[in-house]
Design a protein around this ligand. Sequence first.
Ligand code: EPU
Length: 442
Amino acid sequence: MPNDVLTVHGGAPLRGEIKVRGAKNLVSKAMVATLLGDTPSRLYDVPRVRDVEVVRGLLELHGVRVSDDGNGAFVFDPANVGTATADEINVHAGSSRIPILFCGPLLHRLGHAFIPELGGCHIGDRPIDFHLAALRQFGAVVDKTAGGLHLTAPSGLHGTKFELPYPSVGATEQVLLTGVRAEGVTELRNAAVEPEIVDLICVLQKMGAVIKVHTDRVIEIEGVPSLRGYSHRPITDRLEAASWACAALATGGDITVRGARQVDMMTFLNVFTTVGGAFEVHDSPVDGGIRFFHPGGELRALAIETDVHPGFMTDWQQPLVVALTQARGLSIVHETVYERRLGYTDALNTMGATIQVYRDCLGGTPCRFGRRNFQHSAVIAGPSKLHAADLVIPDLRGGFSHLIAALAAEGTSHVFGVSLINRGYEDFDAKLADLGARAERG
Ligand code: EPU
C-alpha cells in the first residue's frame, strides 16, 4: 500500500503545539461499560483512533446504537442489546485486545458471550489466563473452540474473592466490569491501579456501581442489580503525551502538549528531568497542558525499570529509548511488564544507535522474565548520530519510536506500515505537520 509509507526528512527539531484527547486505554473500556447501563451513556473527547473504531463496531453488532457529533462526543444507547454471530464478531474484532472485556457485560445482558481470537501488538505472549480464571470464579463456564471462546453463566454471576498473580490492567478491568453487576461482594487483591483504571471506576460509579479502592491494591465491589448510563469526560492520553515529549527531546525541539496532565505523568516527568529535558506545566481548565523541551546542553544517561503504576510505564519506554540514544554515557532499561518489548531496538541500531539487549535482569529487582531466555534488558550507549533508514513499523509504541528516530536522523527515511500508528495516535500526520516536521505519505 503506497499510502501506508511515510517519507520523513529528518534532522530538524520539532516545535509547536498539539493536543491530546481522551486516553485510548480508558475510552475503549468506558465504551464497553455502556453495555451495562439501562439508559444511554455519553462520552466526550473520544479520539479518532483504530481501537475506538473496533469497539464501536463491536458495540453496534451487539445492538448498541452509537452516534457522534464528529467532534469527539459520543452517545451509546444500549436499549436493544442483542446477540451477534461469531462470524460477524470475528470480522469486526480485527487486531484489538479489547473484545475480551465484553465477557462480563455480555454475560450480564444476554447470558452468553462469544469472544474471538485476540489481536494486539506482538510484545509478549499476552495470555488471558487471569481473565478466564476470574470469570470462572464468578460462575462463568468457558468453552474454548477453534474460532474463539464461548461463555455462559448457567447459575448467574456471583461475587467472589480473587487475587491476581500480577497486577494486570486488563484482568482488573475484567473483574470490575463483571463484579459491578454480580450478586454479592467481590474482593480483588493485587489489582492494577493505573489512572485509566481509576477513571474506569469513576465511570462505573457514575452508573451506580459501588466500588471501594483500599490500600495495598485491594478493590472491593458491591454488586448491584442494575446500572444506568453515564456522562463522562475521560482522562487524557498520557502515553501519547509522553511520546511527543520524547520526540521533543530526541530532536532537540520544543513541544507543548495541550491536554497533558501532570498528575498522571509524575513518574515520567521525573525521568524526563533526570535525562536532561525540561518542562513547564500550564494549569488552565480550558487549554492547560505541558510544554516539553530540550533546554540545550547534553542529555544524561540513566537507569530505569518499567513497572506497573506508579512505576515508569512500559508504553513510555520505547520513545524514551530514542532520546537515550542522544544521552552521554550508558543507559540501562529493564523491561519488566512485557517479555518481548525491545525488538524495535534492532532498527535503531541500523540507524546508528548502539543498543545491546540482554536476557538478564539489569535492574535493581529480578523480574518474572529473568533466566527465561527473554531479551528484556537493554544497554544504550550514547550519544549516537542517527542516520536515515528504511523502517517497518513492528507495533504501536515501537513504531512511534521508529518515527521519532527517523525525525531525529539526518537524511530521508521511509517508514512502512505507518497506519498501525493510527491504532493509538490520533491524526499523527496532521500533528507532525503542526510541529514543522517534513514528512509526506507515499
Ligand atoms: N498477563 C498474564 N495473564 C493475563 C493477563 C496479563 O500473564 O491474563 C500478563 C501480560 O502478559 C503482561 C502483564 O500481565 O506481561 C501485564 O499485562 P496487562 O494485562 O496489564 O496488559 P493489558 O491490559 O493487555 C494494557 C494496555 C497496554 C499497556 C498495559 C500495561 C490496553 C488496551 N492495553 O494492556 O497498552 O501496555 O496495559 O500498562 O489498555 C498500548 O497501548 O500500546 C498497550 C500495549
